[in-house]
Design a protein around this ligand. Sequence first.
Ligand code: L34
Length: 288
Amino acid sequence: MTLIDGKATAAQIKKEIAAEVEKMVADGHKRPNLAAVLVGHDGGSETYVANKIKSCAECGFESTLIRFEDTVSEKELLDKIAELNADDNIDGFIVQLPLPKHIDEQKIIEAIDYRKDVDGFHPVNVGRMSIGLPCFVSATPSGIMELLRRYEIPTAGKNCVVVGRSNIVGKPVATLMMQKGTDATVTVCHSRTQDIKDICSRADIIIAAMGKPGFITADMVKEGAVVIDVGTTRVPSSETKSGFRLKGDVDFENVAPKCSFITPVPGGVGPMTICSLMRNTLQAAKQR
Ligand code: L34
C-alpha cells in the first residue's frame, strides 16, 4: 500500500510555482494577485481560506482577503464582485462556499467574470472543461488528477467509480476521468444509487466525494484498488485541543490495507485543492 502524500506533493508544486513567479518578476511582470471573498465565520471556510492566503505568500503572490458578515445582502456581494471584475490589480478571485441561505450561490458564481474565475465554477469554464477546451478547471478535481499523474497511477481503461455528484467535485472529476488521454470508464454513484456496494467493489479507482464520514468501508473495496478520499467533515473528538478532527468519506483504517494507493485525510486531496487554485491564479495572471 502506498500512502499518497498530498501535503508533500502540494509543497513541491508550490515551489515550482514560486520559481516561475520569480522568473516572471525578474522579467518585469507583476506578481499574481488572488482575492478571496469570505462570508461569515464557518470554521472550515475560515481554515481553508487562511490556507489559501498563506499559500499565496509561499508562491510569491499578492493576496487580498475580503470579509463580510453573514448578514451581507446579495446585492452587496454582487457589487463587490463587479468591483473585483473591473479591478486591474486582481488577476483572479474566489467566493468561498458555502454562502448563507439567503444568498443565491449560482447567481454569485455567474456574476464572476469567467476570465477571473480561478475556481472554475462559472458555466463558461464548466462547459469548456466538459468538451476539453482550455479553461480554469476547478481546484479539487484538478488536484486529484495531478496526484494520479505524479504517482503514475494508470487510468486508461480502468473502472473508476465516483461517489457523489456535486457540481464542484463529483461531476467535474467524472468528466476529467473519462476524457481522452485519461480514458477511464466512469460510473457515478449518488444517494439514490442501488447496489452501491456492488458497484464500488468492482472499481479499480474509487473517488469518494459525498461528505459522509467513513461511508466507504472495506467490504466495498477491491483488493489492490486506488482510493481517493475527498471528504473533510469535522467530527467531534476528545483527543484534540480544538474538540474536533477531520474525517474523510473512507473508513481509512480498514480500507487502507486493501489498497494499492490511498489518500489520507487530512494531508491528501485538501492541500492539492489549494495548490491547483495557485496554478489557476498563475495562469490567470499570465493570460492578462
Ligand atoms: N469557492 N469554495 C470555493 N472554492 C473551493 O475550492 C472550495 N473548497 C471546498 C469548500 N468550498 C470552496 C475548498 O477550498 C473544499 N475546500 C478545501 C480546501 C482546503 C482544504 C480542504 C477543503 C484543506 O486544506 N484541507 C486540509 C486540512 C485543513 C484543516 O486542518 O482543516 C487537509 O489536509 O485536508
